[in-house]
Design a protein. Structure first.
Length: 331
């Protein structure tokens, strides 16, 4: 008989086989996407891989679907898909200097070590253009994507000897929308941060006793290593509060689903009606246009600065409680 576990197990196996075939042993190198993520999550993911939730596995597949769509859209343009770049940098294990053409650190004379770096580029065009595709419903370009692209461009330049141009294309598969960034150029100043983060990851991977840094973010709620993450260690919850937290969390999930439904229905209703008054059964409906005034705080801050004043003089601060609850997902 079919049940959800059948699909989960099947996708899990397919994912493991595909990762092995395309990415190889991920403990043997630092990837461009690793550099931009939470170091603890990356190191744990390589040394102690956990089964992914069904939701995560389906999300991974969305990325492939988006790439297939873009590949079809670009069929008239010559391009290479999933270009693998492999590069070994040299670095000083003591002072983290990095560079080439020398076996010893010019700063402290320590023998240099190797740092294997790899990037998989979604699309590369003959005019040295790299296109990174992301599936998302977020409107803004994430810093981590920019860092991943900068890493790809850095490796491309080191290997091909030419500075590439890069774009990030975001696709919301559910909505059918695409967004292409302006072109990025290689930011030479970012190389220090990129290699610095890669060295820290590499050293954490090679030392059993290492405690890689945690970088909490909105993605922690889908992290497979949340349950024992030191960033979320705290006091034991008073017993009487525990059921309230569980109930609060479930209410939040219901609210989220309801908000999604409400937004979908609102779009459908607005698309079907013109401004006016309507009635149906117990419902009396009115659709009208209302104007809204918004204030450009950035422009005001700029003007005040011109007048030698700071906007903070006109702002007042107050505190309010922020309750954040993360739920460890069932595997
Ligand atoms: S829970 Fe967040 S901070 Fe902890 S390892 Fe995962 S991503 Fe990093
Ligand atoms: Zn050194």
């Amino acid at each position: 008989m079919l049940n959800l576990q059948t699909f989960h197990t099947g996708l899990q196996t397919a994912q493991i086989l595909e990762t092995e075939a395309t990415l190889g042993d991920r403990r043997l190198y630092i990837g461009a996407s690793d550099i931009a993520q939470c170091p603890r999550k990356v190191v744990k993911g390589k040394t102690n891989p956990q089964p992914h939730t069904l939701q995560s596995l389906i999300r991974f597949k969305r990325g492939h679907i988006a790439e297939d769509i873009i590949s079809e859209a670009l069929h008239a343009f010559q391009h290479e898909r999933q270009m693998a770049l492999e590069y070994v940098a040299s670095y000083c294990p003591l002072c983290h200097w990095y560079g080439q053409n020398t076996r010893h650190c010019p700063k402290c004379s320590t023998q240099l070590s190797s740092l294997p770096l790899t990037a998989h580029l979604d699309f590369v065009f003959p005019d040295n253009t790299i296109l990174e595709v992301k599936t998302t419903s977020l409107p803004a370009i994430q810093k981590s994507w920019e860092m991943q692209l900068q890493t790809q461009m850095y490796l491309y330049k080191e290997i091909q000897g030419t500075s590439p141009r890069g774009y990030i294309l975001t696709m919301d598969i559910a909505e059918g929308t695409l967004n292409l960034t302006e072109p990025y150029t290689l930011n030479e100043a970012a190389a220090d941060e990129i290699i610095g983060r890669a060295i820290n990851l590499w050293e954490s991977l090679r030392s059993e006793a290492s405690q890689p840094e945690t970088e909490p973010s909105a993605l922690c709620c889908v992290c497979e290593y949340l349950s024992d993450c030191p960033a979320f260690e705290g006091n034991t919850l008073p017993e009487e509060v525990t059921p309230l937290i569980a109930e609060y969390h479930s209410a939040g999930m219901v609210e989220k689903e309801a908000a999604k439904d409400k937004s979908r229905l609102r779009t459908a209703i607005l698309g079907a009606l013109s401004p006016g008054k309507y009635q149906a059964g117990d419902f009396r409906i009115s659709l009208s246009q209302r104007s809204r005034t918004s204030t450009d705080n950035k422009a005001i801050a700029f003007l005040l600065k011109e007048l030698g004043q700071d906007i903070s003089k006109y702002q007042s601060k107050s505190t309010y409680p922020v309750l954040d609850i993360k739920h460890i997902s069932a595997k």
